[in-house]
Write a new protein. Structure first.
Ligand SMILES: Nc1ncnc2c1ncn2[C@@H]1O[C@H](COP(=O)(O)OP(=O)(O)OP(=O)(O)O)[C@@H](O)[C@H]1O
Ligand SMILES: [Mg+2]
Length: 245
């Protein structure tokens, strides 16, 4: 059995509502409860609008729940100041987004160095570490390029190098292959799987496609803001239609 200190993410009855412009509230997440242990690779899957990104924003401490308890590494997010949250995000989490979110006017190397800016490291050490990460994703020859001089798959590899530069314990990836063709998508997913397997980095990945979720070892399926399946990735997607918790 995993030990309690191995718990990375603990969500207990998380609800999230957004105010509607016409007044009132729209509830998007309903009693979301799950735990993720260190070393897991979890896919959160669900149709468009089911609440995946909303859930991911809460996991990444980018947004707060309306009710329920969320603990990241055993610390209740609700009790933390915005500064403490920023430190947690910077030190523990590497973010990977569908649209890469690279700074277009900065070089590949500068982009990868970004998470190290707040660590108080000397410049030479930041450069050394960023180069090491670029090497890991096979882009060491491209450090002085601008992002728009790279292909989509290469941009996502830069984004992964950036996520890794901060030495995160957790990678949160929201549709990391959503903007890539299937070959490049496969490459990125294989790479994420390797990071999980070889370095033990915990990964939570959001997707709406079963073929992508298959790269993970556990699948949480969300429908209309509720978990309707949480378990090993099933062989057949139809299991998700029936739901099983
Ligand atoms: N900041 C916000 N303000 C108001 N409503 C929001 C906000 N963010 C999300 N929503 C609503 O919450 C619902 C779920 O959105 P969310 O982005 O979490 O879905 P998703 O599962 O990530 O979908 P997709 O696969 O299209 O990215 C949608 O109805 C959306 O309109
Ligand atoms: Mg989304």
């Amino acid at each position: 059995m995993p030990k309690s200190q191995d718990i990375v993410i603990s969500m207990d009855k998380i609800c999230k509502s957004f105010p509607l412009e016409i007044g009132g509230q729209q509830q998007v997440l309903f009693d979301i409860t799950f735990k993720v242990h260190a070393g897991e690779f979890v896919a959160i899957m669900g149709p468009s609008g089911s609440g995946k990104s909303t859930c991911m924003n809460i996991i990444g401490a980018l947004d707060t729940p309306t009710s329920g308890t969320y603990e990241l590494y055993g610390r209740n997010i609700a009790n933390m100041t915005p500064d403490e949250l920023a430190v947690i995000r910077n030190e523990y989490i590497g973010f990977v987004f569908q649209q890469f979110n690279l700074l277009s006017k900065r070089s590949v190397l500068d982009n990868v160095m970004l998470p190290l800016m707040y660590r108080g490291l000397p410049m030479s050490e930041r450069v050394r570490r960023a180069r090491e990460m670029l090497k890991r994703v096979g882009l060491e020859k491209f450090e002085s390029y601008l992002p728009n001089q790279l292909s989509g798959g290469m941009k996502q590899r830069v984004a992964i190098a950036r996520a890794l530069a901060g030495d995160p314990k957790l990678i949160l990836a929201d549709e990391p292959t959503g903007a890539l063709d299937s070959k490049m998508g496969h490459e990125i997913l294989t790479f994420l799987k390797q990071l999980n397997h070889d370095m033990g980095i915990t990964i939570v990945m959001i997707t709406h496609e079963f073929d992508i979720a298959k790269y993970a070892s556990r699948l949480i399926h969300i429908r209309d803001g509720r978990i309707n399946y949480d378990g090993p990735v099933p062989r057949d997607e139809r299991v998700l239609e029936r739901g099983q918790k």
